[in-house]
Design a protein around this ligand. Structure first.
Ligand code: HAM
Length: 450
């Protein structure tokens, strides 16, 4: 290849997506739309209201909430400074922002618990692979202001319903654990540190500093290395060190899950990668692939509101990865309704016909017929060729004669037949041909004045 073309190649690299991000193209948007619809519907039914927090926040919000040693904060945050030198970060997850908003907007004055949900892009400098991106979508739920295992159970139930609605009911397995109170966990962390001391050689060099810094994370990383996995299996079990209150809470949660018929696996190694959790932690894993491909996770974070300066309020939440759901839906060959297909292409010849056709297209849209056209100067045949490319079932044709006679031709593109009908009847005829059920009627709901 010549030097020039190499140069050129380099020049155009800037016009490709950066590593780890991708466009959501129209076909994938049909999946996005469907998933969001299911999430919105289920959330509303359960009493959640939607919230959107900013794409970026002060970086300290995340380092405080998620912990400086977490992978997300220490390796994966997109950090930048604004022109005044303020340290900001693109949001790597949704919980911290929602809790910040709860405090900032005085939501502790509202009826508790406050139940909020979000569907948003997040940003992490993660190692890209299928289902793992640097910009990815999460749908999440946060329930702030109440501590009750029945809430944790209902949240988990909600997630299983969403999976079922998306045709993925059998694909994921719930993993649950309790990590107890912060005090009990501190005690356990000491025991765990003692356990790893002396076994340093079996711990991969890149994780060795965690032995003293945060040995819990070594359990969290056991899926990344075989030796770590063996060690995690031999390690003292957290449950043996936990406080009575957390254990009773956990037993109650499990009894509710049984009651709801939700299958689960008790997983004593599950600790989650973020610092704010206590008591309940849970994830949904791909039945075949395990931890690497958690489709979502969450848990209790009773201390976070206080940590960020609010009155102490217990909370529980969950976030699912929309991109991972999408990958799984495609893998399971689940198709969603594609609503973008056009019904009609409108072809015209001459200025007068074009004028009539523009009006006609507007009338078709009004009743829910998806129509486009009335463009270009080509012959009717050329326009029919375009209609074919758009794969429309019908074409409406208007030439000079039709304008004069106030008529239009409706052509059935599959059968290759056509009828000439009075212009005033075209909309009604199209509705009949397409069928009421197939129309794209837009009903945004009634507007009222205050
Ligand atoms: P998380 O486990 O860090 O939890 O993320 C939740 C889900 O987001 C993951 O299970 C995964 O499906 C998806 N996800 C994470 N990183 C990526 C990525 N790079 N590419 C694609 N998908 C990804 C949280 O974020 C917590 N805020 C959940 C929570 C809410 N806890 C309490 N409330």
């Amino acid at each position: 290849m010549s030097a020039k073309s190499d140069d050129e190649k380099k020049r155009y690299e800037a016009f490709q997506t950066p590593k780890g991000v991708h466009d959501v193209l129209p076909d994938d948007h049909s999946y996005h739309t469907y998933i969001k619809k299911v999430v919105r519907h289920r959330a509303r039914q359960a009493g959640f209201r939607r919230i959107t927090t900013p794409m970026f926040e002060y970086a300290e919000l995340f380092s405080r909430s998620l912990g400086n040693d977490s992978d997300v904060v220490s390796k994966e945050m997109y950090l930048f400074e604004d022109k005044k030198g303020r340290k900001l970060a693109l949001k790597p997850e949704g919980t911290a922002g929602v809790v910040r908003s709860y405090i900032e907007n005085g939501m502790n004055q509202l009826a508790q618990p406050v139940m909020l949900y979000y569907i948003e892009p997040n940003f992490r400098y993660d190692r890209p692979q299928q289902g793992r991106y640097r910009q990815f979508w999460q749908f999440g739920f946060e329930i702030i202001g109440e501590s009750d295992p029945a809430l944790d159970a209902q949240l988990i139930f909600l997630v299983t319903k969403i999976h079922e609605d998306l045709g993925l009911g059998d694909m994921f397995r719930l993993q649950v654990n309790t990590i107890g109170s912060p005090e009990a966990r501190r005690k356990y962390v000491e025991v765990l540190e003692d356990f790893y001391v002396g076994k340093e050689r079996a711990v991969p060099a890149e994780f060795r500093d965690l032995i003293h810094k945060n040995p819990l994370r070594l359990l969290d990383k056991s899926d990344k290395d075989e030796d770590l996995q063996i060690l995690a299996k031999m390690a003292p079990v957290m449950k043996d060190y936990l406080d009575k209150d957390s254990l009773a809470y956990h037993e109650e949660l499990l009894s509710y899950l049984d009651e709801l018929g939700i299958e689960y696996e008790e997983n004593p190694s599950l600790v989650r990668g973020l610092d704010y959790y206590n008591k309940t932690v849970f994830e949904f894993w791909d039945k075949n692939k395990g931890a690497q491909n958690a489709v979502g996770g969450g848990g209790r974070y009773d201390g976070l509101v206080e940590l960020l300066g609010g009155q102490p309020r217990p909370a529980v939440g969950y976030a699912g990865g929309l991109d991972r759901i999408l990958v799984n839906m495609k893998r399971a060959k689940i198709r969603v309704p594609m609503k973008d297909d056009l019904h009609v292409f409108v072809a015209q010849l001459g200025k007068e016909a074009k004028k009539k056709c523009i009006g006609l297209i507007g009338q078709l849209h009004k009743v829910g017929v998806k129509a486009m056209g009335a463009v270009g100067k080509g012959s009717i045949n050329e326009q029919l060729g375009i209609a074919n490319k758009f794969k429309v079932p019908y074409t409406i044709l208007m030439g000079i004669t039709e304008v004069k006679d106030e008529m239009a031709i409706i052509r059935d593109m599959t059968k290759g037949t056509q009828v000439r009908v009075p212009l005033v009847d075209v909309v009604e005829r199209m509705v009949e041909l397409i069928g009421e059920d197939n129309l794209d009627r837009y009903t945004p709901g009634e507007l009222t004045m205050e």
